[in-house]
Design a protein around this ligand. Sequence first.
Ligand code: HEC
Ligand code: HEC
Ligand code: HEC
Length: 429
Amino acid sequence: MKTLTHFLTAAAIGAAGVASAATAATTAATAAAAPGQTLAQRGAYLAKVGDCIACHSAPGKPAFAGGLPIDSGHGIIYSTNITPDKVHGIGSYTEQQFADAVRKGVRADGTHLYPAMPYTSYAKVSDQDIAALYAYFQSGVKASPYAPPESKMGFPFNQRWGMAFWNFFFADGKPFKPQPGWSPQVRNGAYLVEGLAHCSTCHTPRGFALNEKASNSGEAKFLAGGELNGWPVPSLRALPRWDQAAIVDYLQTGRNKNSAVAGEMTAVVQHSTSQMTVADLNDIAAYLKALPPAPASGAAVKPQGRDATVKKLSAAVNLTLGERLYLDNCSACHFVTGKGASRVFPELDGATVVNAENPTALLHVMLAGARTPSTDKAPSVLVMPGFGKRLSDSEAAALATFVRQGWGNTAGAVSEKDVAKVRAKLEAK
Ligand code: HEC
Ligand code: HEC
Ligand code: HEC
């Protein structure tokens, strides 16, 4: 099951206000179809950029036939069938009805969709791209008569009209607006990231009603990082650790010279970014590099220093518990330098996941392991084994604390309680 962070609270539903729907997005589309490409072929590509398959397909069910349960925190929402089946799918939708569902979250019958469907981002999709997506979902996708289960939301969230209020407060519904001074490349990158690729649904912090705190590049909080079920999601603003080529590499292959993808980003790379053209990925990377960086959060602790850590681990005398456990369990792959090996074992020194304020993701990877997706450009799968069975809570805490404070890392200590919490969550799965 997917867990949803994009969501609403009773405060939003209960608020009085005037029903409103977002205004239609009409902008000049950027990247044009490749020569010789039909509208439906262009639409098939755009469906990958928008990652429609991630939510609209359930394991064992036909592609795009829906039925994936999404836990909203207020009940289960099932994605719908968006194949061209006339009864259970969207085969009878006109292009305008399709556009309103995708960009405004309004169904053909006038009812409102839950923002589990990222229509707040899709509002920025151009008319031209909507036309291509419509052509694909009408003629390029196989119709399926599968009827997904009905969503089971508790009161008041089962009252779909309440979504009109949420939209009134939180969905700005504005079309894409390029900023003055952007090169055509940055402009296309921004168009994709703000809109169809909906990167902000995970990478922008959320407010009290789980609304995104910013919806476009002009706002400092846009893409400034957030949290997904306790897993820290890094800021994408400027990505100071990486140059443009390293960003493209990461999005295309799930790995680059000093990192490897883990957590929810794994599926994003697998189904969406690894399928994008190099030109679009370059535009996305150019755009992310052009964003002013997020203000640095003050370092939590003084780093031990790279040389000091490497010396201590190499000498292997008077080691702390954390250092000894690192040598025994981790150094074979991540090395005493914490630098790993380019494109094979990610760097732990300076890694976002290691230095995040919240240690959940680091502990998750340590206890359960991780694997990169197999992509066209990098078919081999890199596997990090899980150490949940080998390490007790106190050992895992000592080891994680060492990793977070060794080399140049500056994150806070990890407690046994932190470990126990992550372990309980993993066991519940
Ligand atoms: C993050 C998950 C997610 C992604 C990505 C996503 N959808 Fe959805 N979509 C949903 C959910 C969930 C619903 C049903 C919401 C509800 O029942 O209120 C939905 C509903 C819809 C509907 C309304 C169908 C109806 O019954 O009227 C359409 C059309 C649609 N999506 C098209 C798309 C397209 C096209 C894409 C890709 C560009 C896409 N969706 C990507 C989650 C998603
Ligand atoms: C479903 C949620 C989700 C979506 C959508 C998403 N990301 Fe991510 N992203 C994550 C998470 C979680 C991580 C942390 C991965 C880790 O810990 O290894 C991440 C990590 C990254 C990183 C690595 C940054 C670093 O400093 O390590 C980049 C780059 C990135 N995402 C780019 C994107 C782009 C571009 C998009 C849109 C095309 C996108 N993401 C959409 C969840 C998401
Ligand atoms: C057999 C080799 C191997 C061993 C031993 C190993 N790792 Fe890994 N580690 C990997 C690989 C491969 C990845 C990349 C997998 C991925 O992220 O999908 C990885 C990923 C990670 C990540 C995520 C990095 C990122 O940027 O997202 C962390 C953190 C990590 N390892 C910590 C550890 C710790 C701590 C230990 C010791 C308990 C350890 N590893 C032992 C191979 C190993």
